[in-house]
Design a protein around this ligand. Structure first.
Ligand SMILES: C[S@@+](CC[C@H](N)C(=O)[O-])C[C@H]1O[C@@H](n2cnc3c(N)ncnc32)[C@H](O)[C@@H]1O
Length: 378
């Protein structure tokens, strides 16, 4: 088991921490672009004809396009025909359900703010943040729920390569706190580290557990016998780490446990791990929310207002030109056309309005399936 650091903030304090300024900036950029195009059309009316023709063409193409259910609303998502019938049906049904559950903010913080305030009755319940990087997801979750939150990380990055559908492979070791971006964001957000290389709680009621979850999670739970998991936040990214964490925590899930997956719409990682897990144990559960990933709150925590603004533009730019969305470069590829032709209008607006950063989903366990029997026999 690794090193533990904890803070001592007032246990009952709950602060509203969910901020979506990055998306306000992004929407302002979009509106600015639209106004620019409108002004150009005013001065050069021929442009209006060209743009009108393109839009008409797109609408007609959408009418004849047959692959609407094959792609989920992420540019890089796979054609789900590569999966077997059961998983494909799971993805399609999930998307249909999730479309009714969009929320404007960050799924994790919204769920944390919905938890009952701390009380003697729920003092044993666990709030776990798996994959914390600089620790902001853990601290802000503690702020939002007023309860102790335990954060798990190697602090030296991913422990296996993460193949993000067909888009890219994020290499083992990525997200190490020694990386320049991590170092910079630590400095800009006021995060310091102790001698063991564990980020500071910064006055929050959080405990960080350093090490691979393969080594740390089971002993952590063993030291807290029978403590149920109330909030389980998965941000370890890879299929293997996600499935291992679900399996390790399985006898601590209860009816009412809230599971939040930060990268759920990556169909070959967190979603697939949960799909296999719930199927294996016949779990009952229901989706609750589909919103923003928590990562961008690292930018919101930059203390200097001007630097924060610069980071917003940088984050949007990186996402559109290099990162997960890659909208600007990919427009000529098949993947891009699938998005415009296949995704429902609501999804397109939802995705574009958030620079594509909507992959976080929460769900609630409503029945334990065969886990109940296993737990009773234990
Ligand atoms: C995407 S980052 C987490 C971001 C963080 N939740 C935030 O909002 O800033 C993923 C983190 O998971 C950690 N990680 C991945 N697999 C792990 C494992 N099996 N055990 C411990 N940490 C792991 C990495 O070190 C990395 O910091």
């Amino acid at each position: 088991m690794g090193v533990i650091a904890n803070g001592t903030a007032d246990r009952t304090s709950r602060r509203s921490v969910d901020r979506t300024n990055l998306h306000r900036v992004w929407r302002t950029v979009l509106i600015g672009l639209a106004l620019g195009v409108a002004a150009a059309c005013y001065f050069v009316p021929a442009l209006l004809v060209v743009i009108g023709a393109l839009v008409l063409l797109l609408l007609c193409a959408r009418l004849v396009y047959r692959g609407r259910d094959r792609y989920i609303p992420n540019l890089y998502a796979r054609d789900i025909r590569m999966y077997d019938d059961d998983y494909r049906a799971f993805i399609t049904d999930s998307l249909a359900d999730l479309r009714q559950r969009k929320i404007p903010g960050h799924t994790l913080l919204w769920e944390a703010s919905q938890l009952a305030p701390p009380s003697p009755e729920n003092a044993r319940e666990l709030q776990l943040d798996l994959g914390v990087w600089l620790g902001w997801s853990t601290r802000l979750t503690a702020d939002a729920c007023g309860r102790t939150v335990h954060g798990f990380d190697t602090f030296s990055g991913l422990v296996e390569d993460w193949a993000v559908d067909d888009q890219m492979v994020v290499k083992k070791g990525t997200f190490s706190l020694t990386e320049p971006l991590a170092q910079r964001l630590m400095a800009e957000t006021g995060v310091t580290m102790d001698d063991d290389g564990v980020p500071d709680p910064l006055g929050r009621d959080v405990q960080f557990i350093k090490g691979m979850t393969y080594d740390t999670l089971a002993p952590f739970l063993a030291a807290r016998p029978d403590a149920p998991i109330r909030l389980f936040h998965m941000d370890l990214d890879t299929y293997e780490s996600c499935l291992h964490a679900l399996e390790t925590c399985k006898d601590r899930f209860v009816e009412g446990s809230i599971l939040v997956f930060d990268e759920y719409l990556v169909t070959n990682a967190e979603m697939q791990a949960f799909y296999e897990f719930q199927q294996k144990y016949g779990l009952e559960w229901r989706y609750r929310a589909w919103g923003l990933e928590i990562w961008e709150m690292n930018v919101e925590m930059v203390t200097s207002r001007w630097k924060r603004l610069a980071y917003y533009f940088l984050a949007v730019g990186i996402f559109w030109m290099l990162g997960g969305g890659n909208f600007a470069w990919a427009f000529h590829t098949k993947r891009f056309w699938r998005f415009w032709l296949g995704a429902p209008f609501g999804d397109i607006v939802f995705m574009l309005g958030a620079a594509g950063q909507r992959k976080s989903v929460s769900l609630e366990i409503t029945g334990l399936g065969s886990l109940a029997r296993d737990n009773d026999n234990r």
